[in-house]
Design a binder for this molecule. Structure first.
Ligand code: NAD
Length: 309
C-alpha cells in the first residue's frame, strides 16, 4: 500500500492578470482626475502622434485613445500621412510642445520608411514625454531621479509589486537589451535591489543563465523561445513579447503551457504586460498634468496597496 504519497505535480503558477491590475489603476486615475479637475481648470491631455497607416499601430493607437477617454484624459492626437516630410512631423511635435492643453506626447512607432525616429523623439519636451523614453528621462531613471518612466518596464514593476514579489536580494534575468524594454527594465529591477543580469542575442548558454533566475523577464521578441528547460522551479516569469501566430491569435516569447506548471507566477499573453503598458502611459500623462497644474502627485500612493483580487 502507498503511504505518504507526494504529489508529482506542482500547483499551477499564479497568473499575473494585467487586465485586472490595469482596471484597478484606471479607476484610481479616473477618481484622481475627477477630484482635481476643478482646481486644475482643465482635463489632462495626451497627444498620440501617428504617421502613416501601419495597421498594428492603428490598433495600438485606438486602444490608447479608448483608455484615455475611460479616465477623463482628452485625446489631442494627430494622424499625419505616410508621405509627411520630417520637417512637418517636427513642426507638429513643436506645436504640441507649445500647446498648454497637452501634458503628454507619444510618437507612435514604427515610423514609415525614410523618417528617422531619433531626432523626432529627441524633439519631444521631456516634461511631456508620456513614453518615458527621452534621453533626459532615461538618464533620470539611471540616476534614480523622479521623472516619467518607460511604460512597459514600469508596468512590469507594478505587476510584480501587486503580486507581492519580493525583489531585494533576488536574482533577476532580463532577456533583451533594447532601450524600449530591456535596458530600463534592468535599471528598475536593480533599483529595487535585485541582482540583475541582462542577456541578449550574443549571450552564450542562455538556459544556464535563466535557470538561475528567481525573476525572469523575457523581452527578446522571439516567439516561444523560452521553454521549461529555461526556468527554475518556482521562478516568477514575465513575458513581454507579443506576436501574431500564423494560425491566428497571439503568443509571447514564452511557451506558456510548458512554463506555467513550473513557475510560481507568470504573465499571460495577451492580458499580461500589454494592458499595463497602456495604463502607464495614462499614469505618466496624469502625473505631468498634476505637476503642470500645480499639484505634485504622489506616485507611490497611486500604486499603494494594489493587489490581485
Ligand atoms: P528589440 O528587437 O528592440 O530587442 C530585442 C532584444 O532581445 C535585443 O536586445 C536582442 O539582443 C535580444 N534578443 C533577441 N534574440 C535573442 C536571443 N535568442 N537570446 C537572447 N536575447 C535575444 O525588441 P523590443 O522592442 O525590446 O521588444 C521585445 C518584444 O516585446 C517584442 O516582441 C515586442 O513586440 C514586445 N513588446 C511588448 C510590449 C507590450 O506592451 N507587451 C511593449 C514593447 C515591446
Amino acid at each position: 500500500m502507498l503511504k505518504n504519497v507526494v504529489p508529482l505535480t506542482r500547483p499551477m503558477a499564479t497568473r499575473l492578470d494585467g487586465r485586472q491590475l490595469a482596471a484597478q489603476l484606471e479607476q484610481r486615475l479616473q477618481a484622481l482626475v475627477a477630484e482635481r479637475l476643478a482646481q486644475a481648470g482643465r482635463p489632462p491631455g495626451l497627444a498620440v502622434l501617428r504617421v502613416g497607416d501601419d495597421p498594428a499601430s492603428g490598433v495600438y493607437v485606438a486602444n490608447k485613445e479608448k483608455a484615455c477617454s475611460r479616465v477623463g484624459i482628452t485625446n489631442l492626437g494627430a494622424h499625419l500621412s505616410a508621405t509627411t516630410p520630417a520637417r512637418e512631423v517636427l513642426a507638429t511635435i513643436e506645436r504640441l510642445n507649445a500647446d498648454p492643453a497637452v501634458d503628454g506626447i507619444l510618437l507612435q512607432l514604427p515610423l514609415p520608411g525614410g523618417l528617422d525616429e531619433a531626432p523626432l523623439l529627441a524633439a519631444i519636451d521631456p516634461q511631456k514625454d508620456a513614453d518615458g523614453l527621452h534621453t533626459l528621462n532615461l538618464g533620470r531613471l539611471l540616476k534614480g531621479e523622479p521623472g516619467p518612466r518607460s511604460c512597459t518596464p514600469a508596468g512590469v514593476m507594478a505587476l510584480l509589486a501587486a503580486a507581492g514579489v519580493e525583489l531585494a536580494g533576488k536574482r533577476a534575468v532580463v532577456i533583451g537589451r533594447s532601450i524600449l524594454v530591456g535596458q530600463p527594465m534592468a535599471l528598475m529591477l536593480q533599483a529595487a535591489n535585485a541582482t540583475v543580469t541582462v542577456a541578449h542575442s550574443r549571450t552564450q548558454n542562455l538556459a544556464e543563465l535563466t535557470r538561475a533566475a528567481d525573476v525572469l523577464v523575457v523581452a527578446a521578441g522571439k516567439p516561444q523561445m523560452i521553454g521549461a528547460e529555461h526556468v527554475k522551479p518556482g521562478a516568477v516569469v514575465v513575458d513581454v513579447g507579443i506576436h501574431r501566430k500564423p494560425e491566428g491569435g497571439l503568443c509571447g516569447d514564452v511557451i506558456f503551457e510548458q512554463v506555467e506548471p513550473i513557475a510560481s507566477a507568470i504573465t499571460p499573453v495577451p492580458g499580461g504586460v500589454g494592458p499595463m503598458t497602456v495604463t502607464m502611459l495614462l499614469v505618466n500623462t496624469v502625473m505631468a498634468w498634476s505637476q503642470r497644474t500645480g499639484a505634485e502627485l504622489d506616485f507611490d500612493a497611486l500604486f499603494a496597496g494594489l493587489a490581485f483580487g
